[in-house]
Write a new protein. Structure first.
Length: 143
């Protein structure tokens, strides 16, 4: 079994849902060396998250943002954690709902995502800064 691990630092992005599949693939090209395996993508932040969903229609990303903003509202007077602004506690909640990692099977040197699937960075802060991800791939080598 082979293991590969790389760090991906994403430039600051505006609040919203951003496809990062190509960034991930550029950062860990060793995936191509694996016949069968797994890729875990883990984000080292508590106010942004990761998910896998539709990669074709940009309105899906807009609807995600609308849904989460309606579901987890800012400026709730009952939030105790508000030191970093009105978007901070809602960002932590959204991050916990979606999660800090995704796992994708590797098949014949490629991610086994569905036809319309992509990996998203879910940025929940208005100014979240750069985001750091740890990418770990492991599996049976091709040869």
């Amino acid at each position: 079994m082979k293991f590969y691990q790389e760090t991906l630092v994403l430039a600051e992005r505006r609040r919203g849902f951003h496809l990062i599949t190509n960034d991930v693939l550029r950062t860990i090209p060793q995936i191509s060396e694996l016949k069968v395996g797994m890729l875990q993508v883990f984000i080292q932040h508590t106010s942004a998250s990761l998910t896998i969903n539709e990669n074709a229609d940009p309105t899906v990303r807009q609807d995600f943002e609308m849904f989460f903003n309606k579901t987890v509202r800012e400026n709730d007077p009952e939030y105790l954690h508000d030191y970093e602004g009105s978007d901070d506690m809602p960002a932590h909640l959204k991050s916990s709902i979606l999660g800090a990692s995704v796992s994708v099977p590797i098949k014949n040197g490629k991610l086994a995502l569905g036809t319309w699937q992509g990996i998203y960075l879910c940025e929940h802060r208005n100014a979240g800064g750069r985001r750091k991800l740890v990418l770990t791939a492991w599996g049976e080598p091709s040869s």
